[in-house]
Write a new protein. Sequence first.
Lengths: 322, 498
Amino acid sequence: MINFVGRRKWYFLISGIIILIGIVFLIPVGPFGLAWGIEFTSGSMMTLSFEQEVEQAELQEEMATVGHSEAIIQGTGEGTFIVRTGKLAEEVKDPETGEMMTEEESIRRALEERFGPVEILSSYDISPSMARGIASKAALAVAVAAVGILLYVTWAFRRLMRSLRFGVCAIVALVHDVLIVLGIYAFLGFFFLMEIDVMFIAGVLTVIGYSVNDTIVVFDRIRENVAKSPGGALETTINNSIMETLGRSLSTSLTTLFVLLALFLFGGVTIHNFVLVLLVGVITGTYSSICIASQLLIVWENKKFRRLFSWVRPRRVPVRGG
Amino acid sequence: MSRRNILTLVGIALLVAFAASVMAIDPIDLPLIGEREGVVLGLDLRGGVYLEYQADFSDIPEGQREGRLEETRRIIEDRVDEWGVSEPDIYTMSPDRIVVQLPGFADIEGAKELVGKTAELVFREPATSGSTSVAVGVDAGGTQIAVDDVTDFAVGDVFAVGSEDTAEAKTIVVVDEASNIITVDSGFVYDHAVDEPVANLWVPATGTIDGQEKALAGAYLMPNTYVDINPQTAEPVVAFEWDATGAELFYQITGRLIEQPLGIFLDNELISAPTVKTQIRESGIIEGLTLSDAQTLAIQLNTGALPLTLHEVRTQKVDPTLGAESLEKSLMAGIIGLALLLLFMILYYRVPGVLACIALFIYGAILLTIFKLWPVTLTLAGIAALILSLGIAVDANILIFERVKEEIRGGKSLRAAIETGFSRAWPAIRDSNVSTLIICAILFWFGGTFGAAPVMGFALTLGIGVAVSMFTAIVVTRTFLRMIVFTPLARRTSLFRP
């Protein structure tokens, strides 16, 4: 029997630190903050024609080495590619000759060096293909969805006293998961190029779905066990519930992680960031059900919010059979 | 073995057979939604068609060009949306280009008709010979042809004249008695030969509102135009409704034109010229279209005419934005992941694990069938939703098996353990899935209200996935578990717990 509830201060502390660091990297000041993907910004579009055979993946790789890993590249057959990038600079210094030239020309030279003769058939400045509003609208939609979840969970747990707490704690776990995913993404984005694109938005929405689903399975067991022994100590009941659902929690997250890890390790480079979001989300979604949502129920019951992070030794919890 | 279980099993078998037969028929031809391929994959996963247009800026003042281009982009976006293609990629390229990328490769011509056409609808009436005008022709080069060149003309007649080899570029100049020249757009002439007295010379159908003369045009239509079938002729028609101004104009014009034709022109081409029978005000229909043209026109009328004329400069097929090779790798990786998942289920949960794998296959088959029959465009956002719904489907099975395991441990017989285990697992499955469905519904509604197509696609795919996953957990897995009780396997409970 693992004493989950006794270590809750640790969980809050760890989550708090990760979220705090994440928030620092999320605040768009100086080098921090997340950049918008090129679907959301104006940029440049070139049509390139190669004499030799070039694979899309190679071109993607070479664009990344010249500093444009954001490039969206589409082959159109016969060695021709449409390449969309962020806005290309009017004037850059060529890394080799030190000559001043347009960034377009600089990229062309780099590509020529690797792939042989290349011709820029056309190049244009392009508008965003997607309104930035989509991201904020998605966020607003999530907020409304959270209210929906709150109401449903409160209703579904209505036979327990203070069922509203279950709804609120499920939402807190959801917010926790989203913050951790956003924070880790922003943290990694500080070192690698990671932008807010449509894939990212889809990833975060997926994390939200997983988080709620997972939390409610654990809560369901608490609901059942509280009904079974209404007089029992909440801490004991919750710890038992966590233990009883642990097998299921691990099985489910493991099976999902199998699929995601395979995608992350063996999948194409274009979906790397996306799979990363899902990986982090599944881990934190499972973690938060056990270590955040359920523990918050106890804190709420004990009304010890002010001592949420206070440093005390884990108390011994009387557990069934233990 | 109860009768009900057998019936359910037969039902599942039929469902799988149906799914298999749907897979076999490819592509599926559903005329109502255009000729779509089976499962439609998005631009990111499959690629599609790249259409590049150049705007004709010649008549547009400098300062308005950018705004009109953006407006055009927006209208094209609306058109494509209404057509049911989700998640196109539409952007402008300075100074005068618009690029439209549409997922999939079916019906490229239809897509062009929809996207690039200006779709300016105007109503015209026959020019009356009563107006005391005479005709003077100019050839395509703009040189005026002497009135004498026109044979058999008399004051009061109206003629169309043009040079013979540029038959479509006929320009009409009408001179009134005071010798004021009124230039009339070439499109006012419908299909006639040079020097032939014109019966079909059309002039704008106008009415007077508040003392102002206004021409009846598509701009006065309500945005609720739809395609209907004329019960008498069984032909498709476009049914429309006027706004207040349009209704007043229509009333005046139809009142004046009883027993005369009213010409309906789209981009200066006559679509039909019905004879007005009675005076009408609010609504009407447009005949003489094929079904697909009618559908295209209805969408175009609802989204408005383009404020620019577009010329197509490039049409080509494009590869997926996520890269074909990269996607192939990802697909392989996905299959490996799935294989690991199934392996884990079988090794850890044993007999129930095998049942779960079969249930998951049935889940996959149903899901694929739905995506084939339902015109959903599957993008990476949809794949994310699918992975999540797969996780939820696996979770439902795991919840049931864990409970069954607990009950067996508690000393129950296998049969009793399965029944209790299932009913104990049910509230968790129900509540977690209903919560996910609530999220889906809200995201879908939001995405629809605010035009966030990727959010909608995600929500719809996840919603379908969760609904199917609940079905497989309740019906398929439970029936399989109940059936297994009657097999020799059931005697060895060790096969039922890890």
